[in-house]
Write a protein that binds this ligand. Sequence first.
Ligand code: 6R9
Length: 635
Amino acid sequence: MSSYQIKSQEEYFQVYQQSIQKPEIFWNTIAKEHFMWRKQWDNVINFDFDNAHFKWFDGAELNITENCIDRHLLTRGDKTALLFEPNDPSQPNEHITYSDLYHRVCKMANVLYDMGIEKGDRVCVYLPMIPELVVTVLACARVGAVHSVVFAGFSAVALSSRIVDSSCKMVVTSDGSFRGSKIIPLKPIVDEALKECTSVKHVLVVERTKTEIVMEPNRDFWLAPLLEKASAQFPAVVVQAEDPLFILYTSGSTGSPKGMLHTCAGYMVYAGYSFNNVFQYQEEDTFWCSADVGWITGHSYIIYGPLLNGATSLLYEGILSFPDFGRFWDIIAKHKVNQFYTAPTAIRALAKESLAFVKDKDLSTLKVIGTVGEPINEEAWHWYNNNIGKKNCPVVDTWFQTETGGILISPIPYATPTIPTYATLPLPGIQLALMDDVGNEIKGNQVEGRLCIKYPWPSMARTIWGDHKRYQETYFSSFKKMYFTGDGARRNEVGYYRITGRVDDVIIVSGHNLGTAPIEDAINEHPHIAESAVVGFPHDIKGNALYGYVILKDLKENHNLDTLRTEINALISERISPIAKLDKIQFTVGLPKTRSGKIMRRILRKIANKEGDQLGDISTLLNPQVIQEIIDNSI
Ligand code: 6R9
């Protein structure tokens, strides 16, 4: 198991060189030695950057759940695969062993199959962070169906558009979810969402909160009685390497969310390999990633990466502040967690609270602590390093995206010396490039540019569901024969990378990607609003918060602005999610525009940032006269 784990800086450089000089040999060896196949591949890699077609391990046959579960049964049958920590700390934990997981996944696979779910069908999973979520995801994979997990904090409108986009045949949900002291009903959101969806034939409902809900006859079924009757054996459906494994939606800078499609073999190999190396997982360790499975981090580093390595993965249902801000540290102490992986926004929220919440907690089992989702500021990095890692655990600042499937840039603990705020170096197999605005690669160190990847890697998303043209245009048209990440980055004097943030109109709020366009669309639905523009501004805890500039249709009318603000945020919550609510809303008479009519967000960002005195040349604007008014009324 540990034989593909890099152990020193020297070994890292050596493996990295081999991986880029002979990528086929590199990935061939890893895939052969560390995974289980029904049939081996004909080719390791086929690719065509111009048309954005990528194939990994083509010709191979497999089922990822045999790799996540079946192959561990002989040696790790009694080992805990999933350690469930419920929202309420007084409730018992669940230790689900590999053999329990096998039986639970097989039962669920039988239920899916009996309900008509077959290879290639899409199943929407809208569940809280409970074992059934992991079991459902794996059961989909076992029958060869495609899971589309939608974060259970998303609204009915957001859920509905995702179900429609990939024409899901089934939704798996629960009556409700526990979030700290609150109970959030989920099934009513599904009911609302399904009003617009014709593809969904069945809804399976997990009983979690015992909230009263309405069940529609012949469509909705409680899951427990079906599981009880189901057989605990289900032979895995053998699929092709490039068959779809899952769709996961992510926000784009324009238009509707993009359903990123990941396929079976390449995703498996990279999720397994990256997990093992970035967290230096050892057989007896307990690993905890606090992300939600609704995000790529949860897919790759709560479910697939850990299980592929036969690890114990902790699944936490609740939030960081319940019953108090010491909960994360209580969980680490209680379960003797060895690797902890969270987001900078969580660290900042916890760092604001008294150190008393950390003080008497035994965190001595920790060996590696990680972050992901957005740039980590220096202060938060030090707080994490000093108070949680006790200066004794490498901090892995890991960079990746829904589109990349797995971590591409990260220190390897004990091999890569860390520097605060630097994600450091690419993992083996990952070839990075920094590009300038006119399409030239910027070579050398101490430079900054647009972050691109110039060679394929196994877990790259293969397309946007139903829209290959958009996939090609979004990721492969900015720079020739390269994948463009949408992020800017700096390479320092030793070749380390620091991600500086998005260079497009995606704003990362508390680690969630939000496209400005859908938020503006939601605002513009308000009958009194003519136009709007949303930008990000720095926020102590969330990293970025949203600032909306809004133009009213009729300025003469006597509007109550506070009521309007409340209504705007209610619309956003309903159309997208409460996460996307605006912190500040400024009513304005105009928005700065280019002569081609494009809103100059750069200027609005500066004003939101209180840098209205540093706007640079605004003479090319169509309407420079609006600027002063916007600055004078800024919040
Ligand atoms: C994994 C995940 C992707 C975007 C990405 C970048 C930002 C992620 C980061 C980071 C700086 C890091 N991002 N990790 N920025 N340092 N370590 O978050 O996927 O939700 O698709 O977001 O998140 O801007 O492009 P996703």
